[in-house]
Design a protein around this ligand. Structure first.
Ligand code: SF4
Length: 190
């Protein structure tokens, strides 16, 4: 708040914004993921929470109860046995709640795709997923990228808007990757 303090203290300033903006800013600045992990990806998730990456600067820190969490990071292999527990935990989270699928196992079964008879081929078969982070395992930087995508999604939400509306807004605002790559190629060959 240092910079803001210097600008606002002792002056009769007025800030004009919408209720949506204030609410979304407060929510995206205090995402609380549930503290649970399923396999090796969870080690990267723990590393992301450690001091090197300092997730608390985004207001993100893990909670130990689903009832106090608004984000579920599915980090690791979802076995058939665990899938039921994942659904139970998801149902215990209050709305609005978000799900980030971290790593190939959670995204699509990963290395167990062919022969893992005991592994669910994607957690989105049992709960809705908002953001997928690829990798085996994804590095902390990739997880942080995924968390920032969740923040973008929250920023697009508003009173009276459904999640689908917010996703549509986000897609309209998203950068066209192909266009960026074409521009970079043209710049490299110029
Ligand atoms: S995606 Fe790779 S690192 Fe992550 S849980 Fe599966 S096997 Fe482990």
């Amino acid at each position: 708040m240092g910079l803001l303090d210097a600008r606002i203290t002792n002056r009769n300033n007025v800030l004009v914004t919408s209720v949506d903006n204030v609410m979304n800013w407060a929510r995206l600045s205090s995402l609380w993921p549930m503290g649970f992990g399923l396999a090796c990806c969870a080690i990267e998730m723990m590393a992301t929470n450690a001091s090197n990456y300092d997730l608390e600067r985004f207001g993100i820190f893990p909670r130990s109860s689903p009832r106090q969490s608004d984000l579920m990071i599915v980090a690791g292999t979802v076995t058939m046995k665990m899938a039921e527990r994942v659904v139970t935990l998801y149902e215990q989270m209050p709305e609005p709640r978000y799900v980030l699928s971290m790593g190939s196992c959670s995204n699509c079964g990963g290395p167990y795709w062919n022969h893992g008879y005991h592994v669910l081929k994607g957690v989105d078969r049992v709960i809705p997923v908002d953001v997928y982070v690829p990798g085996c395992p994804p590095r902390p930087e990739a997880l942080i990228g995924g968390l920032m995508k969740i923040q973008e999604l929250v920023r697009m939400e508003g009173l009276g808007l459904t999640r689908q509306d917010a996703l549509k807004r986000l897609a309209e605002k998203s950068v066209d990757t192909q266009q960026v790559l074409d521009q970079a190629r043209r710049a490299a060959t110029a």
